[in-house]
Design a protein around this ligand. Structure first.
Ligand SMILES: [Zn+2]
Ligand SMILES: [Zn+2]
Length: 77
């Protein structure tokens, strides 16, 4: 299962949210209940794509393999 490797804007903790892909523009990222909730947020709570504005065009990435490098966690906060 693909998880978001972005960072929460408020706590700066790892997001680990479910990743979605916009079927309209291919934008990928997580969905947050608040705008600007994660550094890699792609969808608002209304399932609106942050890049192209399409609504309810997200697809879960759970079936797709992601090839991401392990993220370094900051030692100093
Ligand atoms: Zn995220
Ligand atoms: Zn889009």
């Amino acid at each position: 299962m693909a998880l978001c490797d972005g960072e929460r804007k408020t706590s700066r903790a790892a997001c680990n949210g479910t990743l979605y892909k916009c079927s309209q523009c291919g934008n990928t990222g997580c969905q947050q209940t608040k705008a600007d909730g994660c550094s890699k947020q792609a969808f608002s709570v209304l399932q609106r794509c942050a890049q192209c504005g399409a609504v309810a065009q997200r697809e879960a990435l759970s079936d797709l393999k992601t090839d991401r490098a392990p993220r370094k966690t900051p030692s100093l906060i």
